[in-house]
Design a protein around this ligand. Structure first.
Ligand code: HPA
Length: 243
């Protein structure tokens, strides 16, 4: 499909987005990232309150926009950014629910791969199951940067689910955990599939906000610090940066 800017969901002009875009789920977080970290941020989209900003970080052009929640929303925004705005790299910065034993609140999960229960993959009409993967160079750089910044991080599989609320008796989380899946969230598989199809780069950097088996949850005030650490890590992946 030949998609041109502005798109149905992004009212911006060609060139309004930097080659690298950070994608948190929440529009208010997008604005917070732009205001706190970018030099001279400029609002480039506000369709449906999905705020997109472009500015500079240590001189390097960078954008941020919300992805919304779930694979359909991530599917739309990442598709339009890759295909209509020439975006090369998307870094998701979001939260996840811990599954793995010993995974601690606020620990980082770098999503090497993303299993999914979503029907998003079916749209590609493949003759088998696709394995959605992170860009390896970004993943390696992020793992090294986390170590340099002394941020505890795990690298491995996540599961991208279409459901936040499970029916009573649903043991999906237990089954994913038995397969070594670290955490559950709702957007990474769609992002990695769109990046693969577009021939572009993507990585999901997640912080554990709650744990499905221990019932622990991060208090609101600590969420902010954890989020800031994750954004710093993402920004250290920009060209010319080092952690
Ligand atoms: N499920 C799905 N997505 C999430 C969760 C969860 O428990 N926690 C944070 N994001």
């Amino acid at each position: 499909m030949n998609l041109t800017a502005p798109t149905p969901h992004i009212a911006a002009q060609p060139g309004d987005f930097a080659p690298t875009v950070l994608l948190p789920g929440d529009p208010l977080r997008a604005r917070m990232i732009a205001e706190r970290f970018f030099d001279s941020p400029r609002l480039v989209n506000n369709v449906r309150g999905v705020q997109g900003y472009t500015g500079r970080y240590h001189g390097c052009p960078v954008s941020v926009m919300a992805s919304g929640m779930g694979s359909p929303a991530m599917g739309i925004y990442s598709y339009e950014l890759f295909h209509a705005f020439g975006v090369q790299t998307i870094l998701r910065v979001g939260t996840c629910g811990g599954l793995a034993e010993g995974l601690r609140l606020r620990e980082l999960v770098l999503a090497q791969g993303a299993c999914t229960d979503s029907a998003y993959a079916a749209g590609f009409g493949l003759p088998g199951a696709f394995a959605p993967l992170a860009d390896f160079a970004l993943l390696r750089q992020a793992a090294d940067a986390a170590a340099a910044l002394h941020l505890p991080a795990r690298v491995g599989n996540v599961v991208t689910s279409d459901r936040f609320y499970a029916e009573p008796g649903d043991d999906s989380a237990k089954k994913w955990r038995q397969m070594g899946v670290l955490a559950v969230e709702m957007e990474t598989a769609a992002l990695y599939m769109n990046a693969a199809r577009a021939g572009r780069r993507a990585l999901s950097i997640l912080t554990v906000s709650d744990h499905l088996f221990t019932g622990e949850a991060t208090p609101a005030e600590e969420r902010e610090t954890a989020f800031t650490d994750m954004v710093r890590l993402a920004l250290s992946l920009l060209p010319g940066e080092s952690a």
